[in-house]
Design a protein around this ligand. Structure first.
Ligand code: BGC
Length: 366
């Protein structure tokens, strides 16, 4: 796995460098810098590769860099793009520390598109493109509602779940959580659903921090799950777990699988997000209940359409995306957000959505 990941990165990097180096350079075409946050979550490699291919297909020079979940490293990569004369940057940020680099871009009159993650605390950009992340969370909450049959649960016969959220420095983590907990809260309030461990009822509750997972790291989630199993969740059988993405969901499943209560295929109902190959296999095998697929190919295509329009001074009309000009506030300004639709994936539809659509080949799902 590691090896093939490195292979993909090497290929992506080589393609970027070769292009920027001029092998297939079109004279006069603008340079687009693509800054992705990390590679330990699989999707970003696909985002990077798709953005690069789409930018090149439209005749732009482009390069992709991955920040390894390290904001100073990503800021350096952004500075490199500026030095190379980038006219536009697509930034999937690591955290809010990116604002200084975005300010430098603005000073150089370079357009910035916040990609997937809202860049909070900045007044130096105007466009954000992502999926409807609140809906992603709602899908996760609704999946627990359905799988646990919460409608039939009562105060005397409640269901038990525990909560996980993504990185405390990623605005998306809050949005996912709010979408999910808004579905679950009524059941908690009537006692039909018990929250085991820290129990925030919105992302602004102080307890939210206790369920977050630094930099979306699998080892952090796994350790936290192990601690829960030895403490708050010791004397209860969990019916479900709100897991914010596939990487963390599998780490949580792993922790549960080594607890006697859940051995022999009796894992709690676990949610997910991203449609990672290993989680599609886990869904097929009945270990993970669902994932939310956000087609990175579509996000990349829409982003490069937006970039192309902005670079040409045209009014963007982005196919398949809904424009929301009011709801996305960085804390310093309201930006224009283009939202794509996420898709819920379970055992019933994973073949059609993940394989027949060409996102994976059947043999990718091991
Ligand atoms: C993305 C998710 C991803 C997570 C960890 C979020 O900002 O929206 O798709 O799983 O970051 O990389």
């Amino acid at each position: 796995m590691k090896k093939s990941v490195m292979g993909v990165i090497a290929l992506v990097a080589a393609a970027g460098v070769a292009f920027a180096g001029g092998t297939s350079d079109k004279k006069g075409s603008a340079f687009i810098g693509l800054a992705m946050p990390e590679t330990h979550v699989e999707r970003w490699q696909k985002d990077g590769a798709a953005l690069l291919a789409d930018a090149q297909a439209k005749g732009y020079k482009a390069e992709v860099a991955f920040g390894d979940a390290d904001q100073s490293k990503q800021n350096q990569q952004i500075q490199d793009f500026l030095t190379k004369g980038a006219k536009l940057l697509v930034i999937g940020s690591v955290n809010e520390g990116v604002v200084s680099a975005v300010a430098d871009a603005a000073r150089d009159k370079v357009t910035v598109i916040a990609y997937d993650r809202l860049i909070t605390g900045s007044k130096d950009y105007d466009y954000y493109i992502t999926f409807d992340n609140y809906k992603v969370g709602q899908f996760q909450g609704k999946a627990l509602e359905t799988a646990l049959n919460l409608a039939a649960a009562t105060k005397d016969k409640p269901k038990y779940i525990t909560l996980f959220a993504g990185s405390p420095t990623d605005n998306n983590a809050k949005v996912f959580f709010d979408g999910a907990i808004d579905v679950l809260r009524p059941y908690v309030e009537k006692g039909a659903l018990k929250l085991v461990g820290p129990a925030p009822l919105k992302s602004s509750d102080p307890d939210f921090m206790k369920i977050t997972t630094e930099n979306w790291r699998a080892d952090v989630a796994k350790t936290r799950m192990e601690n829960l199993l030895n403490n708050d969740a010791k004397n209860v059988v969990l019916d479900g777990i709100l897991a914010p993405n596939d990487t963390l969901s599998r780490a949580i499943q792993e922790a549960c699988a080594s607890d006697a209560k859940y051995a022999g295929g009796k894992l709690p109902v676990c949610t997910g997000q991203d449609g990672e190959a290993a989680s599609i296999a886990a869904i097929r095998d009945g270990k993970q209940y669902m994932t939310v697929f956000k087609d990175t190919r579509k996000l990349a295509t829409a982003t490069i359409e937006l970039a192309d329009a902005l670079l040409k001074g045209a009014t963007p009309a982005i196919a398949g995306a809904r424009l929301d000009s009011e709801s996305y506030d960085t804390g310093k300004k309201v930006v224009k957000a283009y939202l794509l639709e996420p898709v819920i994936v379970t055992k019933d539809n994973y073949k059609a959505i993940m394989i027949d659509s060409g996102y994976y080949k059947a043999e990718d799902i091991k």
